[in-house]
Write a protein that binds this ligand. Sequence first.
Ligand code: SF4
Ligand code: SF4
Length: 388
Amino acid sequence: MTLHLDAEELNSCVACGLCLPHCPTYRATGEEALSPRGRIDAMRAVQLRGSPVDDDFVHFMSTCVQCRGCEPACPSGVPYGRLIEGTREFLARDGKLTPRWQRFGFAMLARHRLLLAGSTALAVAQRARLIPRRLGLGRLPIRRGPPVQPTGRDVWLFTGCVMDAWLRDTHRSTAKVLDALGVEYAVPGAGGGCCGALHLHAGLHDEAVQLAVATMGSMPGDAPILVNSAGCGAALKEYGRLLGTDGSHRFSRRVFDVHEWLATRLDDLPELRQHPGSVIVQDPCHLRHVQRAHLAVRTVISRFADVVELDDDGLCCGAGGAYSALEPELAADIRDRKMAAIDRAIERSGAKTLVSANPGCSMHLQQMLDDRGIAIRHPIDLLAEALT
Ligand code: SF4
Ligand code: SF4
């Protein structure tokens, strides 16, 4: 049996174990098989030593959050993201991962009107207390206000699927900041409603490729593409690797996390009003471990507020795209560790606000933060409010 993984990449792990403390599933369970080293060894066993693809193997692979916290920690440069994506693709093709009902849900993401209607229905059900609290879903919006309207073609503002359904306010905040800079923006045309990140994580490689091609076609030209959702930004930046064409590599080079793009332009903004109190920064994994652009959030926030760091070295919060819905118990255990780090930061600083630049993390953490009287905001929302 072969997983069709690159043998050189698979063999690049020297089993040193330096990644283990950075792996949320290993930290939560203490199980070697749920660590990066253990998972790579299981992949090798199947591909190189003829082990069967049994339920244990599927469990090891499906419980990986795909946070990629193991990558920056690895001295050998093991491309773990590629290995787990390839393995999940194999398992999904073999019918062992991502069953039909999940595929239906993922298909909805690219049908924006249906997604908005479904999200509103879920929000109504949530208000009627029909959604169990133990699922840990943050408060979904019933009204989301008008979509952002394009003003020109200096940059593209990528709006996405879930980001637009759940955090459209942040798109309006981003537009406000661009207006303040005198930068005109366009929004994606037809086909640009979903980047395919969640499909790729679920092993739905062909669907992810189709969505990548459509997304690239929705934002033609050379203008920079600004993304305010860390997961989407990471996916768009990896289209070059996914498609392997010159055009896709060119496209990926145009993509910026919005904070990364703003960090060198802050002097062009009007004077900012100071935020009352300090602000805790939570790093979404796909901003910190994949895009490695997390410091730019601090550059932006420190212009108008004191930044408070967490002391957990960027450990994942357990949101992981659809992970918190598919693996709720493990996701909750992982979140408990993140909340302990947040509690320590609150105690040190007295902060009443936490920022996160990813909709999945915000939704996953919101309920816990509500219980503590802490507001969770997108950094760009705070910046837009600071504009005088
Ligand atoms: S991607 Fe995250 S959860 Fe998966 S093995 Fe690496 S550190 Fe662990
Ligand atoms: S993935 Fe990297 S850090 Fe982890 S055990 Fe292998 S070589 Fe060491």
